[in-house]
Design a protein around this ligand. Structure first.
Ligand code: ARG
Length: 593
């Protein structure tokens, strides 16, 4: 099945051709085509062009109109205002284009693959070993997963990297304690339920961390033994490494259970944490020092930047190696860049990390550039995201001022959503099992959608009441739009969806149809700019256009059997588009809600 050229693209092409033939210097100039309330489209590009060519804009517009072939696709084109073009399409062209999308056997809705796919390494969902996941870890996972799905849909080769925090001095204390109390990590009765074993794993780690810390603070001898353990760990002592591995494994059990709750696939092979680059650190430092990119300053290996200064005006360096010989976060990230460019052969590196780490990434990226590790054309980009705020507009904390555990937050969202689902369950005919399942999809969807529907760099308020509301820009609203279509399709009986290009379309049908036709362009834009919120906005608009359509057009009781079939086809295509779009955001669309 060939990809479908959108109507916007074909009108654009016709206008550009007419423009170039009316005015040779207009070759390659964008006619600036937009959806419009007055007609289907308006083109505004002629104004600026006429000004540049010292021509009369209305005259130029008239010449363009004379050169545009109208007929199959364009029904009407006219000059308006100072030199705009208003363009109306034929109903047939709209229905035929949508029918081609509907027929796409690969169920890509006619969306083409990117012309030049590359390899992108994306660093996201990076919790820390032996620590609980909190609300701050939500955004990286949710945004990262959406970007992965969207890029893969365009045909990009995507390598996922979960850069978990699994190395550092705190492990000395933990390992030493575990060594002295070997059974502390044994599972009691976790069974093989992922969730149960994940929770058990976390409570084990939590208990262990707290007791080890207490001992560390109170007992000088333990402190000495713990410090020695850090040295052993860094030197690669086998017994110490084995103990460390136990922590990592235990934490992964816990991570997997949280990601499972988030309805997100995280693969073990993609978890390459900080420790994964240990073998490269010394070389990274040597290369930086030999090339002069990094210099020794008070014993530490540092990279300086003209534009990075502290409050006292003194330069703040990126410290690659501390004066005691220890490697920091920067050394790991720089080694990861070398690995991702040289070994994984990626041409784009994305980091979905909190905006508070932006300075770190700015310095790391600049260092890699100076060191010559970015072969031509390698693109580095931090997708920085803002903070999750409470209803009061302050960073989201418990009443006691503690950070909120991600699991608690998800559980609460699921509880709320399940209540919402239960209210309508009888009417819709849901079994208890379906209520529970849908409650999860609605709750987790609400959390993801709230995160994905605002631009990532902005902070957003975590407000569950708003998130599970049936009205407004929420995932539930979109999920209901989808389920409502499924219910209509179930009730259709003998009537089946089928396109009838000969039929005249009502205004609400045209609006819905033209928006459906823009799915592929929206995705291309979203993939280019890494902005999933634009996909969310597209889907929300789609659902509102569907609502208007229902208000104005009967579906099953339409006038003729052909009209019933055509409207069923239109809503079914809407459902498929909603389903595909939501899936790319990591959100499920249950059939009955
Ligand atoms: N583990 C870190 C944190 O919790 C995030 C890691 C980000 N990725 C990276 N390559 N530095 O803050």
């Amino acid at each position: 099945m060939a990809p479908v050229t959108s109507l916007t693209a074909s009108v654009h092409q016709r206008l550009a051709d007419a423009l170039a033939s009316a005015l040779p210097e207009a070759d390659g100039v964008d006619p600036l085509l937009r959806r419009s309330d007055r007609a289907d489209f308006q083109a505004n590009g002629i104004l600026a062009l006429a000004k540049k060519a010292k021509a009369n804009p209305r005259e130029l517009a008239t010449q363009v109109v004379a050169r545009v072939e109208s007929g199959e696709v364009i029904k009407e084109i006219e000059v308006s205002g100072p030199g705009f073009l208003n363009i109306t399409l034929t109903d047939r062209a709209i229905t035929e284009n949508l029918a081609a999308r509907y027929a796409d056997a690969e169920s890509r809705l006619g969306v083409p693959f990117a012309e030049h796919p590359g390899t992108t390494v994306i660093d996201y969902a990076q919790p820390n070993v032996a620590k609980e996941m909190h609300v701050g870890h939500l955004r990286s996972a949710v945004i990262g997963d959406a970007v992965v799905q969207i890029l893969e849909f365009t045909g990009e080769n995507v390598v996922r990297r979960h850069h978990i925090g699994d190395w550092g001095t705190q492990f000395g204390m933990l390992i030493q304690y575990l060594d002295e109390h070997p059974h502390e990590l044994d599972h009691k009765e976790a069974g093989d339920d992922l969730q149960a074993s994940g929770e058990a794993a976390m409570s084990n780690l939590d208990r262990l961390y707290k007791t080890a810390r207490k001992l560390f603070d109170a007992d000088e001898e333990f402190k000495t033994r713990a410090r020695r353990r850090v040295v052993d760990l860094q030197a690669g002592d086998p017994a110490t490494l084995a103990a460390w591995q136990k922590f990592v494994d235990e934490s992964k059990l816990y991570f997997f259970s949280v990601f499972e709750k988030l309805d997100m696939e995280i693969r073990d092979a993609d978890i390459v944490g900080e420790s994964g680059y240990n073998d490269m650190l010394a070389e990274t430092c040597r290369l930086l020092e030999e090339s002069g990119v990094a210099v020794r300053s008070e014993g530490a290996l540092c990279v300086f930047f003209d534009d990075v200064k502290g409050p006292d005006g003194n330069p703040v360096p990126l410290i690659v190696q501390k004066s005691d010989g220890g490697y920091g976060y920067a050394a790991t990230d720089l080694s990861a860049i070398r690995d991702r460019v040289l070994n994984l052969k990626s041409d784009t590196l994305i980091y979905v990390v909190d905006a508070r780490q932006s300075l770190h990434f700015k310095m790391v990226f600049e260092t890699a550039r100076r060191a010559g590790w970015l072969n031509d054309g390698v693109k580095l980009r931090q997708l920085a995201f803002g903070t999750v705020l409470g209803k009061d507009g302050k960073p989201f904390k418990t009443r006691e001022g503690e950070t909120i555990r991600l699991v608690d937050l998800l559980d609460e969202a699921i509880d709320r959503a399940t209540a919402v689902v239960r209210e309508k369950a009888e009417k819709v005919g849901l079994t208890e099992q379906e209520i529970v399942e849908n409650g999860r999809y609605v709750g987790v969807g609400a959390v993801k959608y709230a995160d994905l529907s605002t631009s990532a760099v902005r902070d957003y308020k975590f407000d569950l009441d708003q998130m599970v509301s049936l009205n407004g820009d929420t995932s539930v609203y979109l999920q209901y739009a989808y389920a409502r279509i499924q219910s209509i399709l179930r009730k259709a009986g003998e009537a089946t969806p089928a396109a009838h290009p000969e039929l005249e379309l009502a205004a609400a049908e045209r609006a819905l149809g033209l928006h459906l036709d823009q799915f592929g362009e929206t995705l291309a834009e979203v993939a280019e700019s890494y902005e999933p919120h634009k996909l969310a906005a597209y889907l929300f608009k789609l659902a509102t256009l569907l609502t208007t359509f229902y208000d104005q057009c009967l579906v099953l009781k339409a006038e003729t059997p052909e009209q019933v079939e055509n409207r069923l086809f239109l809503v079914d295509l809407t459902a498929r588009t909603l389903h595909q779009g939501m899936a790319l955001l990591g959100i499920r669309t249950p059939d009955k809600l």
